[in-house]
Design a protein around this ligand. Structure first.
Ligand code: ADP
Ligand code: MG
Length: 260
């Protein structure tokens, strides 16, 4: 078994509500190894996104309290300064979301947005960045990349926009990719293509992937291991085949019964 890229222990996230701290993620522990995909699955509101956002420390510290450990290659992210954390977000962990449109700049071409990431996070010159941008677009299988580079986000379909988000994530050469419901807003056929792409890239790049979804069908497609979340707790975990073959918890069986 490879060393974990990320190792989350006893993660607990509480939000301030009416002067008190209300926990929404209680005690979540898991790790993800290089080259491995771990799924975090559970119904809407079970705490999957809060877990991911807490790992990235994306909440304001005056309204959110995060306890436990989030070790990236041995270093506890919860102990780092905000400045160091910004470097980590840009370079070692990348995150993609359900709706790519909200993370893309509507007034910049696709090519410029990818180049901007390369200049900002990898320190490339604009010329180098333009060349590598083309390479990244090919890598995420965008047809006629040279023309597409000059287009704006609204000119692309949802599936193409998600490919662009994946290209931007890969631009940082992350050790860990957190994908939070990246295919939920897409049509079923496009969804399958994006899942296929993520699997392929993971094999090529060897990064760890934390794949968040409410859909056990998607879990079956992508995940080596699966963690089932329910009301802010990880209630079941194991190799994906084992969870499908012999789920231990009634809740997991209910999730599985929704798979066609
Ligand atoms: P999901 O599993 O669907 O991703 P979330 O992690 O988004 O669920 O939400 C888990 C719980 O935390 C929900 O009850 C939600 O209302 C609550 N929650 C999420 N974000 C915040 C926030 N910023 N402030 C307060 N409560 C939140
Ligand atoms: Mg969510």
């Amino acid at each position: 078994m490879a060393e974990p890229v990320i190792s989350v222990s006893s993660l607990r996230t509480s939000f301030r509500r009416k002067g008190a701290w209300l926990p929404v993620v209680h005690d979540v522990t898991f790790d993800v190894a290089a080259g491995e995909t771990v799924a975090l699955v559970g119904e809407s509101g079970s705490g999957k996104s809060v877990t991911a956002m807490s790992m990235m420390r994306l909440y304001a510290s005056d309204t959110c309290r995060i306890e436990g450990e989030v070790k990236l290659e041995g270093e506890d992210l919860l102990k780092l300064s905000e400045r160091r954390m910004r470097d980590i977000r840009g370079n070692r962990i990348a995150m993609i979301f359900q709706e790519p449109m909200t993370s893309l700049n509507p007034s910049l071409t696709i090519g410029d947005q990818i180049s901007e990431v390369l200049v900002a996070h990898r320190g490339l010159s604009f010329t180098e960045a333009a060349r590598e941008t083309f390479g990244l677009m090919e890598k995420v299988r965008i047809p006629s990349s040279a023309n597409r580079m000059k287009e704006y986000p609204h000119q692309l379909s949802g599936g193409m926009r998600q490919r662009i988000m994946i290209a931007m994530a890969l631009a940082c050469r992350p050790k860990l990719l957190i994908a939070d419901e990246p295919t939920t807003a897409l049509d079923v056929t496009i969804q399958a293509q994006i899942l296929e792409l993520i699997k392929l890239l993971q094999e090529e790049e060897g990064m760890g992937v934390l794949f968040i979804t409410h859909d056990m069908g998607v879990v079956a497609e992508v995940a080596d291991r699966t963690i089932v979340m329910y009301k802010g707790d990880a209630i079941e975990r194991g190799r994906t085949e084992e969870i499908f073959a012999s789920p231990q918890r009634a809740y997991t069986r209910a999730l599985l019964s929704a798979v066609p």
